[in-house]
Design a binder for this molecule. Sequence first.
Ligand code: XIL
Length: 392
Amino acid sequence: MTYPSRRQVLLGTGLGIGAGIAAGLTGGSPFRAALATGMAPLSPDTTELSSTAGSSDSLRSLAARRGLFYGCAMKSGQIAEDPAFTAAVVADCSAIVPEYELKRVITEPAPGRFDFSGADRLSLFATEHDMLMRGHTLVWHLANPAWLETALADAPSMKAHMLDYIGTAMRRYGSRVPVWDVVNEAIAPEEGDFLGRRIGSPWFRAFGDGYIDDAFHQARDVAPDAVLAYNDYGVEMSGSWYAARRRAMLLLLEGLVARNVPIDMVGIQGHLIAFDKPFDEEVFARFLADIAGMGLKITITEFDITDRKGPADPAVRDAEVAALGRRFLDVALDCPAVTGLLTWGLSDRYFWVPDDPAQRPPEGQTLRPLPLDENLVKKPLWNAIADALRAS
Ligand code: XIL
């Protein structure tokens, strides 16, 4: 299997990983990519049947037909432990992202002692099923091993702890991971910084906000062909908290672009809350246009819709989640810079529940934020995603 260069990926002329995905990375046409690669646009892997058994309309094929990709977050243990779930991933997804096994607390538990076994297993799975694997993430203020937190506090000059790791992780996967979230969640207006920077980050405290520029320059030096992304959350809905975060993200991105920092893409996580703040199509569309206007591509990287604030009746929650999901995706998929969509999981059977007690569901209620229910049956949200892809 050959892999696309960064330029090929961004121009939608990817090789090897399926014209549909390669084109999808850039919002290009699968047919243009197919012409460039001599490959038919990606077709769903129907060798393993699952929730979309017999359906020609898997999310994977619906996305590929529009030069987009659809994928989900996964854990390597699910491959061996849950073949039914894994089959559902293969049927619907043309991309995956490690939910936590490519985070530094897992990959470098002690200085210089690495464990990429989980991400390696996911990378093999992606290769076996002609899927793109996103690298998530290289520099984050969370999920760092204790030794690193200490080192950064004690020796602010130790930028090597960041730069060397970027080299280690990116060189390990090379073109098998064509897109990386180089920096994750570096804005936090709620922390009081006048520019909305996450001033509480151990990276900011150690190196100042120049760490972001340095991380992207290092990533480009190490892997010139990789697509380099900045990834963040809390920019989707209406209201002052979201508006402040949108302003902070645009300020950050404008600075990076103005300083010729090598950034190619923005990941918008898309963790939405139903029955909460309103969603304003025009506000979000303008925000996406502002990002696209900087020449950056966009991926919705962690889409899910928590329904913890909804009523007890799951049918009512499912309907509202689907309605909000469709409205959000209609705007996102209408933006030419958007290259694809990943949900933060595929089935409610495995949903990340944040540690924050305020994000847990009421007693006796389970969260239903993902396209398939805990029995891998399609929910209204699955149909909303499919309909948004058809309409895009
Ligand atoms: C979360 C995972 O889902 C958890 O399994 C892990 O323990 C912590 O990280 N935004 C992000 C993701 O960018 O990396 C986070 O993933 C969820 C919030």
